[in-house]
Design a protein around this ligand. Structure first.
Ligand SMILES: Cc1cc2nc3c(=O)[nH]c(=O)nc-3n(C[C@H](O)[C@H](O)[C@H](O)COP(=O)(O)O)c2cc1C
Length: 127
């Protein structure tokens, strides 16, 4: 799980496209996850075989659309939190209650500063 800052303003449609493209590519590597965007910052979770996750993270780090990546958590997990989604994306047009619950739980564990970064957008996206 990392956070980063958008290099320039990213419209929601472009963020949805990034998530869709990611889902297609990540599925080849058995990687699932979550992508949140609050207008300024991304928060992404990548889950899967360690080597694959590391390789994808390196590639993402070279993407000029964002900068200042900060790794928040890198750990072995017993089970995936976002295994049901290729790359879950909090789409205001198609809100998902079960995703909402998982995101809330994740942000609860993430610590106050990460939470503060994203609570605003989470509230805005609530149906
Ligand atoms: C915030 C953000 C998240 C991304 N997440 C992924 C991802 O999970 N998987 C992926 O393959 N590419 C992701 N990308 C796109 C990659 O940075 C990169 O553009 C893409 O993998 C194509 O890489 P290539 O041009 O080296 O083939 C993401 C980009 C951004 C800006």
């Amino acid at each position: 799980m990392y956070i980063s800052s958008a290099a320039s303003p990213v419209p929601p449609a472009q963020c949805a496209q990034i998530a869709q493209d990611a889902a297609v590519r990540n599925s080849r590597d058995d990687v699932t996850g979550l992508l949140l965007f609050n207008g300024r910052r991304f928060l992404q979770v990548l889950e899967g075989p360690r080597q694959n996750v590391e390789r994808i993270y390196e590639r993402i780090g070279r993407d000029g659309r964002h900068r200042a990546l900060v790794m928040l958590r890198r750990q072995d997990i017993a089970a995936r939190e976002f295994g049901d989604w290729g790359m879950a994306y909090d789409d205001p047009a198609h809100p998902s209650e079960s995703l909402r619950h998982k995101v809330d739980a994740l942000l609860d564990k993430a610590g106050p500063s990460t939470r503060a970064h994203f609570i605003g957008s989470a509230e805005m996206h609530r149906p």
